[in-house]
Design a protein around this ligand. Structure first.
Ligand SMILES: Nc1nc2c(ncn2[C@@H]2O[C@H](COP(=O)(O)OP(=O)(O)OP(=O)(O)O)[C@@H](O)[C@H]2O)c(=O)[nH]1
Ligand SMILES: [Mg+2]
Length: 199
């Protein structure tokens, strides 16, 4: 039984959420902007992390004001929140504080939904947000910080980042993995354990 995790991408419009999502799904970088609207399909991706089969349910939210209308749907049962800003757009960085307010507290025993902040578009020369200030905000909000370029980082780079993120989530949320999910190797070599969990 894979461990299913709902992952939501939020952040201002045009910061690159969809572009990063496309890369994660093995697609090319597209310089043409097409605004995301509510109700677009949820994407799925399977990974093996720390010996667990993990199925990610990836939700790419719209960044424009309309998000508020559907915020409850996007944030319901979210297990990983990924907050994006554009390193060339300081306002999108400041607005991370507003986006953090949408992240719900996690279910017990963890107090907070694991939250990642991503500074995207680092390929661009016109950077206005310093890495240090972004790291500072991440520390203050108990989040983890990564920097990316949907243009220059390829699918493999994004897979590595995603794996690191899920490793952090699993390490910090023992409650996620101790009920019914069989580590991949254990399921293969230990049929007794597998049979127990399937019962
Ligand atoms: N140079 C550069 N351009 C990027 C990068 N990521 C995204 N873009 C471009 O920025 C624009 C906006 O990207 P999107 O991924 O559509 O932005 P979004 O956050 O999904 O925006 P909404 O759907 O409106 O919320 C597009 O024209 C992308 O091609 C990046 O890392 N580098
Ligand atoms: Mg989008």
């Amino acid at each position: 039984m894979p461990l299913s995790l709902k992952v939501v991408f939020i952040g201002d419009s045009k910061v690159g959420k969809t572009a990063v999502m496309r890369r994660l799904l093995g697609e090319y970088f597209d310089p043409v902007f097409i605004m995301t609207t509510s109700g677009e399909a949820i994407k799925r991706k399977q990974l093996v992390v720390n010996n667990y089969n993990v199925e990610l349910e990836l939700w790419d939210a719209p960044g424009h004001e309309g998000f508020r209308t559907d915020a409850a749907v996007y944030m319901k049962n979210v297990k990983v929140a990924v907050l994006f800003f554009d390193v060339t757009n300081h306002t999108s960085f400041e607005n991370i504080d507003n986006w953090l307010n949408f992240v719900p507290p996690a279910e017990s025993p963890v107090q907070k939904t694991p939250t990642f902040i991503i500074g995207n578009k680092i390929d661009k020369a016109s950077r206005t947000v310093k890495k240090e200030e972004a790291e500072h905000k991440a520390r203050k909000s108990n989040s983890y910080y990564f920097e990316t370029s949907a243009k220059d980082n390829n699918t493999e780079d994004f897979n590595q980042i995603l794996k690191q993120m899920i490793e952090i989530v699993l390490d910090n949320s023992p409650g996620l993995t101790n009920s019914g999910t069989v580590p991949v190797n254990q399921a293969l070599v230990d049929p007794w354990y597998k049979a127990c969990v399937l019962l």
